[in-house]
Design a protein around this ligand. Structure first.
Ligand SMILES: Nc1ncnc2c1ncn2[C@@H]1O[C@H](COP(=O)(O)OP(=O)(O)OP(=O)(O)O)[C@@H](O)[C@H]1O
Ligand SMILES: [Mg+2]
Length: 254
């Protein structure tokens, strides 16, 4: 059974339709990449899966369950995590308060598990344990990126939707983030990764879905992707295509 299926999902705001029928499948244990230009509908796709934007038609199936009409909180309880674009940490709250808020469904449903879940997150992100009393807004970009991922993981999701985690990070911090996301994947969590930075995304994903104006125009395992397809659908110029191409070659060699 697939971990996530989107069948012809449409969504929009008022008179504007943003998703014109998104269809894609994510297999258990994989990292599925969603790539596309600014405004293509990547974030809206993730929000629709998370239940933050309602699907107007179509179907979203999470681990065999039709969640299309379920609210966001229920989806979190079922094991769906979301790391929003821009990280959205609460700047004036401490690291631990941010994690506590992230775990609200866990605390409500299984209070006894919270301490262990918090410990588990701190084991995975030692920097957050060290800085648990620091206000999140005073942390570095890389530390805030870790916090935003940790906040989703504390509910022990089976599937996590990660929206542009590498944005604004230096190459060194992008490397650290890549290691973190690999550890998350290796722990058995399935991931949907949206990245504007296609080279970064390709270093992680097992499959790629190319989104153009609210429609998936191409889906393939990373081994079957080629530079030309990427360039065509992502409108990447020759220079960028070079970087993307070497990232693709490197990824296939792993
Ligand atoms: N709350 C909203 N109200 C109205 N329009 C919205 C809203 N959220 C998104 N949109 C529109 O939906 C379209 C897709 O937005 P989305 O945020 O999914 O793009 P994206 O692919 O994530 O782009 P980026 O790479 O810039 O993050 C855009 O035209 C955007 O203006
Ligand atoms: Mg976006």
């Amino acid at each position: 059974m697939s971990m996530l299926e989107l069948h012809d999902v449409t969504a929009g705001f008022g008179a504007v339709t943003v998703l014109h029928g998104v269809t894609m499948t994510v297999e258990p244990g994989e990292i599925a990449g969603v790539f596309g230009l600014n405004g293509a509908g990547k974030s809206v796709t993730l929000k629709t899966v998370a239940g933050l934007v309602p699907a107007r038609s179509g179907q979203i199936v999470f681990d065999g369950v039709d969640v299309t009409r379920l609210d966001a909180e229920t989806r979190v309880e079922m094991g769906l995590g979301h790391v929003p674009q821009g990280r959205q940490v609460f700047a004036n709250l401490t690291v631990e308060e941010n994690l506590r808020l992230g775990a609200y469904t866990l605390r409500r449903k299984q209070r006894s598990r919270y301490a262990a879940a918090l410990d588990g997150v701190y084991d995975r992100f030692p920097v957050l344990r060290e800085r648990r009393a620091q206000r999140a807004g005073t942390m570095s970009g890389g530390q805030q990126a870790s916090l935003s991922v940790a906040r989703a993981l504390i509910n022990e999701p089976r599937l996590v939707l990660v929206d542009e985690p590498s944005a604004g990070l230096s190459p060194k911090l992008q490397g650290d983030l890549r290691d973190i996301l690999r550890v998350v994947k290796d722990s058995g969590v399935t991931m949907v990764l949206v990245e504007q930075n296609v080279a970064f995304g390709l270093s992680l994903v097992d499959s790629a879905h190319l989104l153009q104006t609210g429609t998936v125009v191409h889906s393939a395992p990373v081994g079957e992707l080629d530079e030309e397809t990427l360039a065509t659908h992502l409108g990447i110029g020759r220079v960028l295509a070079g970087a993307t191409g070497s990232a693709l070659t490197a990824r296939k060699a792993r």
